[in-house]
Design a protein around this ligand. Structure first.
Ligand code: FAD
Ligand code: DLZ
Ligand code: SF4
Length: 516
């Protein structure tokens, strides 16, 4: 009798665990486009188009490979609109003896699947997602043994486990685990920024784009200019294009920001990796191979590999360990509504307007835009981290809760009290000025400390430190900042606080309904 194999929209890997050790004749694969997933938050139009197009391409590839695939489209009149409803209908059609599924990426969906055995009266076999390098259990064992979470030590274990950038005698390449100190160069004039691989949408993608335009007209973001890989073959081409054209400078300019340059030397591979079109190990191995071949310097290879086998695996382990409580964590008791300009881009702050424009046009912003502009501003302004998390989940083509939430709640908003990152990622105008070319073109003056023409990040930064003095003064990594605050004349401190209050009073909150 048949085994039903549901494959979710971010499980588009031919090596998926549920496809191992099973004869094609014994299996029916079910893939479903459902309103529940397209609208549990109002995802960016381009993200929906990406996922549905990649799902349709993947279903065709599975069929060509001999699998039976039962595929339900969003506009199917019988579509019940939910995973559980569609599995119920598929059970009626195929009368399976059991269900086999790879664990989902999100807690919300895992909770749903937990009820299936009882609900359907069938055995449900939930398999670990072995596309990740570190299993959920392995991470929990590691974290429990250590007591605290430090990404750097986790990363070293992943280097040992994979053998990436390790010498034969078990040492890190060039005797260095981490070359981050070489990776903080500001942008300079005369740099060439390679364009990502141009990918022209095929007829299937164009069909999906028309469906999305028709069905989700009020969702955030632009659909035109879609150029993301939707198959494993395209994703591999994008990976090799990146390695050849951008990776050599990736490390050095990893933290840089440049007006009008949306990708700089970043890979823009996260949507493909998160969908399963590329495995993280294959991506990291390709970078290690380029280093071994002498094509890229060590700081580029190490910096890039750290993001994939370090940060990406670490945030996933953190998510499953800290859910569901972390979703509502708010230790800084931030309550402000998200400002409207996160959706409209209408702000005089050029760094912010640029980051929102990139987000709207491409469903993308690179890491430093996400962390030190969009996230930093929200934290300094005291925006409710739940609102911030909703925004980040909606707007990026690579956003799934397992990766978005730790990055927002833990890394960028410090709302978990420092469990993920020991120090808040807070920065004033001087940091942004050093790492970008934005300030020279901005209507605000980055050198001015207070007043209506001063860069808002300056006063907000000191106001944030003052508001949270009790929590942060004893943090070893913030001693210097409080020493600077202490040295200021009381009038200066008061001026910073008044300037921050005046600026915050001008913020218009976003209308309800953008995200949910
Ligand atoms: P590159 O700079 O080329 O980096 C290479 C790869 O490393 C990425 O493709 C990604 O797979 C991985 N990576 C790098 N940093 C991280 C990280 N902190 N966490 C997990 N993986 C990482 N990433 C997502 O995939 N989805 C999200 O929803 C997401 N939300 C974020 C929210 C905030 C507030 C912040 C600060 C970061 C977030 N990130 C998220 C992490 C990171 O910003 C993106 O992975 C990266 O910008 C994707 O672009 P890229 O592929 O060009 O990355
Ligand atoms: C994000 C998303 C969207 C927009 N649509 C679908 C869909 O129609 N069908 C589907 O199987 N998956 C979709 N996804 C991805 C799921 O939300 C994702 O697989 C789960 O959240 C588990 O991570
Ligand atoms: Fe951003 Fe301030 Fe620079 Fe303007 S002056 S771009 S607001 S950091």
């Amino acid at each position: 009798m048949t085994i039903l194999i549901p494959i979710l929209g971010d499980q588009l890997s031919h090596g998926l665990a549920s496809l191992h050790d099973i004869a094609r004749a014994d299996a029916v694969i079910v893939m479903v486009e459902v309103a529940e997933e397209t609208t549990y938050v109002r995802h960016h139009k381009r993200k929906i188009a990406l996922i549905l197009s990649a799902m349709r391409h993947f279903a065709d590839e599975l069929r060509a490979d001999g699998w039976v695939v039962d595929y339900i489209r969003l506009d199917d009149p019988e579509n019940s609109g939910s995973f559980t409803g569609e599995i119920a209908r598929a059970i009626k059609r195929h009368q399976p003896k059991s269900i086999r599924i790879v664990e989902p990426g999100e807690w919300r969906v895992a909770k749903m699947i937990k009820d299936w055995a009882k609900h359907f009266g069938l055995p449900v076999d939930v398999l670990p997602d072995d596309r990740f390098i570190c299993s959920i259990l392995e991470f929990q064992t590691w974290a429990q043994a250590r007591g605290d979470l430090v990404m750097e030590f986790f990363y070293r274990d992943m280097r040992r486990k994979t053998g990436l950038l390790m010498t034969a005698d078990g040492k890190p390449e060039s005797d260095q685990w981490n070359l981050d100190k070489d990776n903080r160069a500001p942008p300079r004039r005369g740099l060439d920024y390679p364009a990502p691989l141009p990918i022209v949408p095929d007829a299937m993608t164009r069909d999906v784009m028309a469906l999305v335009a028709d069905r989700f007209p009020g969702h955030f973001g632009r659909l035109d200019g879609f150029a993301l890989p939707v198959t494993a073959t395209e994703a591999r081409r994008a990976l090799h294009h990146f390695i050849r054209t951008a990776l050599p400078a990736f490390g050095t300019y990893q933290d840089a920001m440049v007006t009008g340059q949306d990708w700089l030397y970043h890979s823009w591979l996260s949507p493909a990796i998160n969908l399963g079109l590329l495995t993280p190990l294959a991506v990291a191995q390709a970078a290690a191979d380029a280093y071994a071949a002498g094509d890229i310097p060590l700081n580029a290879a190490e910096g890039f590999i750290r993001q994939i086998i370090g940060w990406r695996e670490y945030v996933r382990g953190y998510y499953w360990m800290e859910m569901p409580e972390v979703a509502t964590a708010n230790v800084l008791e931030a309550t402000r509504a998200l400002p409207e300009f996160y959706w409209t881009g209408h702000t005089d702050m050029l760094c912010m307007a640029e980051a929102v424009r990139n987000t709207r046009d491409n469903a993308y912003a690179h890491h430093i835009q996400r962390l030190m502009i969009l996230g930093n501003f929200a934290m300094l302004a005291g925006v409710d981290p739940g609102d911030v998390a909703d925004w980040f989940l909606v707007v990026y083509a690579d956003a799934y809760e397992w990766v978005e939430l730790p990055n927002v709640i833990g890394m960028s908003q410090h709302a978990d009290g420092g469990r993920l990152a020991t120090k808040p990622y807070a920065g004033g105008g001087a940091y942004i000025n050093r790492m970008s070319d934005h300030c020279g073109r901005c209507r605000y003056d980055v050198k001015q400390k207070t007043g209506p023409d001063a860069c808002p990040f300056n006063a907000l930064y000191w106001d944030f430190l003052a508001r949270h003095e009790r929590r942060f003064r004893r943090n070893r990594r913030m001693v210097q900042m409080y020493a600077n605050w202490d040295r200021m004349a009381p009038e200066m401190r008061a001026a910073y606080r008044a300037s921050a209050a005046a600026f915050l009073a001008t913020l218009k909150p976003a209308a309800k309904g953008w995200a949910r």
